[in-house]
Design a binder for this molecule. Structure first.
Ligand code: BGP
Length: 490
């Protein structure tokens, strides 16, 4: 019997406005936090703290700078001008779904504007029309590292309760405008990433909170996003009958470095450090262990009357997540070799290989993650980010990225095992960076993920021409045969 994925499995690919679109100051768009995110090509790509550190002074410098080569997200892959060509290529691969984000600052340039920016609304109308022309369903992230910079400078980002109301107004506008075009929505990309890069995710800059406990500020901002996420779910369901709203978490999968009970406990504790955010959005309430953390660490969340009711009343419909690699943890990791994984640093697993950026390649870890999440939430799952960031070389108009095909092949097999053997309900899969784009952690174009190569380097130089990699036709076959191609000839 030929093995293949369930009928209707939603194969596709993913981008995010801040890393793909460019056109940072076109079409009436306001400046977003990502437009001021400078790359640090002189800093170790695995030193995420340094790569993502930012001060008010850095922002002021960015606002004065005319040198866009320092701010790669200002140009991205220039999707703003190439999206029709790109969506045509996605359709050629047979995409059923295209995950993308709406840049909030294209709709409300400053976040607190009275009226939305019609040019921005029209742009996404055109993008969705292009998708639907090919029968591709948009899967839209409402916030993917693109808060308007104005909310940082004049409201201190998501720490301010007023931002909840601004976000709700933004969601009301986009749900009303696109109610006939978009039925799959995600609220916040990796809400847990607020801990690792508070500026990109929550518009928080530590030096703007002098004398305050910054952890407290981060969790307060996260509370505001939880309330906003629940209200966004409410709006979607009311305005778009049949719409499905998902949360989106960074699936960090931790293995105990040894079978020492202390290491097993450490791995369980570390897993909770990301589950607490999806627990909150799926169960609609703070888990007891997160409330215990707040109490033990003296973190006091300011809540308004009704917040907890709203969160309880409007939980998400499905759980989406990013998975790139697994990591090892130990109670005592002194002297053990560390490695990076998606803005996280953990002990290097000696049994599995690593990417050029140190991210460990563990397809079985994806199956472990799927089983974990499905057993925990009993809600449909959606892999909305997975892929291999690598140094691709364009030769004779293509890239021989067999390594990327091998990565996907191994991960797709484990996905099918999770469905067929472990009983996981998996809605679909969108590879991260289906086209080369600017990486989040290091702001590099040279960390390439796409089935499509974009001729642009880390300083923004290039023709921005698109080239199909070897994996383009391979993925097209996988989709065409709904996965049976993986087992061709076996
Ligand atoms: C996730 C983000 C994506 C993307 C991905 C890959 O955390 O949601 O936006 O950036 O990481 O990471 P990177 O771009 O740092 O290689």
């Amino acid at each position: 019997m030929v093995r293949k994925f369930p009928d209707g499995f939603l194969w596709g690919g993913a981008t995010a406005a801040n890393q793909y679109e460019g056109g940072w100051n076109e079409g009436g768009k306001g400046i977003s936090v990502s437009d001021c995110a400078r790359h640090h090509l002189d800093i170790d790509v695995q030193d995420y703290h340094a790569q993502n550190a930012i001060t008010t002074k850095d922002i002021e410098e960015a606002l004065k700078s005319q040198d866009d080569s320092l701010y790669p997200k200002r140009h991205g892959s220039d999707g703003y001008h190439h999206y029709k060509e790109d969506i045509k290529l996605f359709a050629e691969m047979g995409f059923k779904v295209y995950r993308m984000s709406i840049a909030w600052s294209r709709i409300f340039p400053n976040g607190d504007d009275e009226q939305p920016n019609e040019e921005g609304l029209k742009f996404y109308d055109d993008v969705f029309d292009e998708c639907l022309k090919y029968g591709i369903e948009p899967l839209v992230t409402m916030s993917h590292y693109e808060p308007p910079l104005n909310i940082v400078l004049n409201y201190n980002g998501w720490a301010s309760r007023e931002v909840v109301d601004m976000f709700v107004k933004y969601v009301e506008v986009i749900c009303e405008r696109y109610k006939d075009k978009v039925k799959y929505w995600l609220t916040f990309n990796e809400v847990d990433s607020m801990i690792r890069h508070p500026y990109t995710t929550g518009g928080l800059v530590e030096d703007r909170f002098p004398g305050q406990n910054f952890q407290q500020v981060i969790f307060q901002a996260m509370h505001h996003q939880f309330v906003a996420s629940a209200l966004a779910t409410k709006i979607c369901h009311e305005k778009i009958p049949g719409s499905k709203v998902g949360c989106m978490l960074t699936k960090l999968t931790y293995y105990p470095y040894t079978c020492k009970p202390e290491d097993v406990l450490q791995a369980q504790q570390d897993m909770r450090s990301t589950y607490c955010y999806s627990d909150t959005q799926v169960f609609g309430e703070y888990p007891a262990y997160l409330l215990a953390k707040f109490k033990n660490e003296g973190i006091h969340i300011q809540m308004e009357e009704g917040d907890l009711d709203i969160m309880k009343k409007y939980p998400v419909d499905f759980v989406s997540f990013s998975y790139y690699s697994s990591s090892c943890v130990a109670k005592d990791d002194k002297g053990l070799k560390k490695t990076a994984a998606n803005t996280n640093v953990a002990i290097k697993n000696p049994y599995i290989p690593s990417s050029d950026w140190g991210w460990q390649i563990d397809p079985i870890g994806l199956r472990v993650s799927l089983v974990d999440l499905y057993d925990r939430y009993r809600k449909p799952l959606f892999i909305v980010e997975n892929g291999l960031g690598a140094k691709d070389e364009l030769v004779d108009g293509t890239v021989d990225d067999q390594y990327r095909i091998d990565y996907f092949d191994a991960h797709f097999r484990e996905m099918l095992n999770a469905i067929e053997i472990d009983g996981v309900d998996l809605m679909g899969y969108t590879s991260w960076g289906c086209i080369d784009l600017v990486s989040e952690s290091t702001k590099q174009m040279s960390k390439r993920y796409g089935f499509i190569y974009v001729d642009c380097d880390d300083l923004g130089n290039g023709t921005y021409k698109r080239y199909k990699k070897k994996s383009f036709d391979w993925y097209k076959k996988v989709i065409e045969t709904n996965g049976a191609w993986l087992f061709e000839g076996e």
